[in-house]
Ligand binder design. Sequence first.
Ligand code: NDP
Length: 332
Amino acid sequence: MFKAVVLEETDGKVSAGVQELEESRLPEGDVTVAVDYSTINYKDGMILKGIGRLVRSYPHVPGIDFAGTVEASEHAGFKPGDKVVLTGWRVGEMHWGGFSQKARVKGDWLVPLPPGFEARQAMAVGTAGFTAMLAVMALEDHGLTPDTSAGGGEVLVTGAAGGVGSVATAILAKLGYQVAASTGRVETHDYLKGLGATTLVARDELAEAPSRPLDKERWAGCIDSVGGTTLAHVLTQMAYGSSVAAVGLAGGNDLNSTVLPFLLRGVNLLGIDSVMCPQDRRRAAWDRVASDLPMEKLDAMVQEVALGDLPGMADTILKGQVRGRTVVNVNA
Ligand code: NDP
């Protein structure tokens, strides 16, 4: 038997609770993992509330990422005892996920735990941190260097006090970029400075729909987890030839922009997808996390909860009130 958060749907309403399940209930897969830690992300908040029809079949075990130890394997790449991490592949949406003491998945979805990482640290990074790394790599692929940013143009991070934003801020600062962190929460200013932000920008300053198609060039690059009018606004302020890595939609999924930032400033809008990201890129991103994320900053970003806390956390997540990363100790 093992414990898991199980979502049930009755008359179109989704409810969540911790249940004890037989191992025979696990879905198909060639690797069974004893889960140590998972994390709660914005998408988990939507899934726990049944928003966006991300889950099509109930009962369902959510949790879009996990780290743990292989218990049984029919996959050539993994053997019992191996430490592994999983993010993406629609686990926690189309397949039972990590809010569980056991998970059964395709071995092709797993990545060996990067050297030097414990399961808890890997989940402190989790999907959000992995995505932040993919965003940094995408900006670099399109020419961003610390020199560009040292020349006066800061790299903007929106939704900075959230999971993606916190890790992005810490990684960019460690790499030598000047980081402008945009947040709606004044009480997180000291936290964001501690992660390495050089400037703090009020969320409201960027949240209005832009009043003109091009504004003063202000940012050497941007990692945006907010979308909506914020992204439209930021596009008008990007420096010539710079890039925005669009990660999320915490502020809305409409994008009402003109083409002028692209035509007259050569701005690149780079979509970041951590879910179906190819395996080579996935491993490269985890290696970069291991080398570029200041581990001493990780503790400040993390709070820990137990399986039983998860059903009550969806509202807090969806209101954007969680700071940094929340790891789930599934055995607590
Ligand atoms: P969090 O909830 O941890 O952070 C989101 C942050 O956005 C909040 O902390 C808040 O930051 C800000 N925010 C929330 N609501 C609003 C609003 N209405 N208007 C403006 N800002 C708002 O989420 P994550 O960091 O885990 O994820 C961020 C986004 O990225 C989500 O949309 C998520 O779905 C997406 N995502 C995408 C991935 C991909 O592969 N593309 C992978 C992972 C996440 P503050 O208080 O600092 O203003």
